[in-house]
Design a protein around this ligand. Structure first.
Ligand code: NOJ
Ligand code: CA
Length: 546
């Protein structure tokens, strides 16, 4: 299957997020690698995804699972060689699957030779590649992100006897983007991977590139300028490639990352994600409609990227204090489930493994405006292991079958990079790909189905949205439109059956065709359109004038 040549491919994409080390181990050392991932491309193709987002796979001391990079131009030896990566990329492309990789531009590992040089003496030519200071009192208004581990954004370097700036772990010094050599170097890194054929980058931690006294050092105009320069060079040299912003910010602060179609193509919608969980728990559409009303329009070629879970904690940075308390009480009763300002759990356990809620949340993920991202393992309802530290509990090996090591690796179990999930409900004997492929009503088969239905209409990726506000506030209903086509989506956020009357006046005369079964529902007439819905049920209807 050839790659879709449309330069707006990311609008129609269904993205699968995976870390190479978690997926499949081809050489029996207990660590997933590129050959292993390549051998599982058929699986991903069957699922129906159209792009893969890979977490960092570069040489690294792995103190932040690879977000601490020690060499930008190579592959971590545990995961294979550059040639293995190229083979994987080619094989993905042969299947029509695009590959998005990470550009961790804000910081490096302290083991990176640039930092080693920079710290070696104050007159080293690379001294100015990082942010050094004689005091730790600058930029006081800047928040600390990894609250559970870091006390300050400054760390003391005993080698060069000065402080260096870091927004994340202290072993991740921030690069100095006021230095043109650093900006040029990051473009060279991009260029290297673009030449090889990668289709896009997720740019990690973009709000923090530049620091200025008297500000909170986030979203500064200077930072946007750095990003615009990278975009310009991307467009000049590699049209059709895509940049995705990881900017965990409020909608109003997110908007500038799209610029005037001259910065990012896509950005994660961070504030929406926790509000989908909140709406579900409250059985009320308000958190969702409210945040989407506050979401500014974005330029035509731009796109939101939507997600339910990822490799980090379910972040509660973009909610109010009250909302955060509510989320903790509802979804992380035990303190061990909390990390920094978030909840370190996977989708299925968050939703008490309730298949109806898992389907409803995926239904919204796939039908709200944006491109959906599925976190590996969530398509089979994998569980988490809160006994593992930091965010490792949601990064355990993929569960392929009920055999030794879940079919992930032939290594002795003690050598796996992380233990498999073993508990009776989510353990690999119960939850695995093989079993779900053969069970007609499995979550995997259902996910395959919903992805196919989504892909049957460009409206989901490209259409506008209009909310309906029926009196029953447990119902979240919206119409997605593109040209003359329209799809009506109705979600019951409640755990009980509900009736709803929808005002569909302007669609009078249309019939409704339910998109999963292709059955006709009654024609829209003069009266409000009445639907009855089971607990957590949802409908996708094509509106058709006949
Ligand atoms: C955001 C990434 O998602 C997270 O996993 C990482 O720890 C930080 N950036 C620092 O790179
Ligand atoms: Ca391996």
């Amino acid at each position: 299957m050839p790659l879709d040549r449309d330069t707006l491919w990311y609008k129609d994409a269904v993205i699968y997020q995976v870390h190479v080390r978690t997926f499949h181990d081809s050489n029996g050392d207990g660590i997933g690698d590129f050959r292993g991932l390549q051998s599982k491309l058929d699986y991903l193709q069957q699922l129906g995804i159209t792009a893969i987002w890979l977490m960092p796979f570069f040489p690294s001391p792995l103190r932040d699972d690879g977000y601490d990079i020690a060499d930008y131009h190579s592959v971590h030896s545990s995961y294979g060689s550059l040639e293995d990566f190229e083979n994987f990329l080619g094989a993905a492309h042969d299947r029509g699957i695009r590959v998005i990789i990470e550009l961790v531009a804000n910081h490096t590992s302290d083991q990176h030779p640039w930092f080693q040089e920079s710290r070696s003496s104050t007159d080293n030519p690379r001294r100015d590649w990082y942010v050094w200071s004689d005091t730790d009192t600058l930029y006081k208004e800047t928040r600390i992100i990894f609250l559970d581990t870091e006390k300050s954004n400054w760390a003391w370097d005993p080698v060069s006897k000065a402080f260096y700036w870091h927004r994340f772990f202290s072993h991740q010094p921030d690069l100095n983007y006021d230095n043109p050599a650093v900006r040029e170097q990051m473009w060279q890194v991009m260029n290297f991977w673009l030449q090889m054929g990668v289709d896009g980058f997720r740019l990690d931690a973009v709000p923090y590139l530049v620091e200025r006294e008297g500000t909170n050092c986030e979203n500064l105009p200077e930072t946007h300028q750095v990003l615009k320069d990278l975009r310009r060079r991307l467009d000049e040299n590699f049209p059709g490639r895509m940049l995705l912003a990881e900017a965990n910010q409020w909608p109003a602060d997110l908007r500038p990352y799209f610029g005037n179609e001259d910065e990012f193509h896509m950005a994660f919608h961070f504030p929406l994600m926790p509000r989908m969980f909140m709406g579900l728990k409250l059985e009320d559409r308000k958190p969702i409609t409210e945040i989407l009303q506050q979401t500014p329009e974005i330029p035509p070629s731009c796109q939101w990227s939507l997600f339910l879970r990822n490799h980090d904690e379910l972040t509660l940075e973009m909610v109010t204090d009250m909302e955060r308390d509510y989320m903790y009480d509802s979804y992380a009763a035990s303190k061990t489930m909390r990390l920094n300002l978030g909840i370190r759990r996977r989708l299925a356990p968050l939703l008490s493994n309730d298949r109806r809620r898992i389907e409803l949340m995926n239904g919204m993920l796939m039908s709200l405006p944006g491109t959906p991202i599925i976190y590996y393992g969530d398509e089979i309802g994998m569980g988490d292991n809160i006994n593992l530290g930091d965010r490792n509990g949601v990064r355990t090996p993929m569960q392929w079958n009920g055999e030794t090591n879940a079919g992930f690796s032939t290594a002795p179990s003690e050598r796996l990079y992380a233990p498999l999930i073993q508990d009776p409900v989510y353990g690999f004997p119960a939850v695995n790909v093989l079993r779900q492929k053969t069970a007609e009503h499995s979550l995997f088969n259902w996910m395959q189905r919903i992805i196919a239905v989504r892909k049957s209409s460009a409206i989901f990726g490209r259409g506008s949205i209009e909310f309906l506000y029926p009196a029953n506030h447990r119902i979240l209903a919206y119409v997605r439109k593109l040209g003359n086509d329209a799809i009506l989506i109705v979600n019951n956020l409640s755990s009980t059956a509900q009736a709803v009357e929808l005002d569909l006046k302007r669609y009078k005369g249309n019939i409704l065709i339910e998109m999963f079964g292709k059955n006709m529902f009654p024609r829209v007439g003069d009266l409000p359109y009445l639907l009855t819905m089971g607990p957590y049920q949802f409908f996708w209807f094509r509106l058709r004038r006949v």
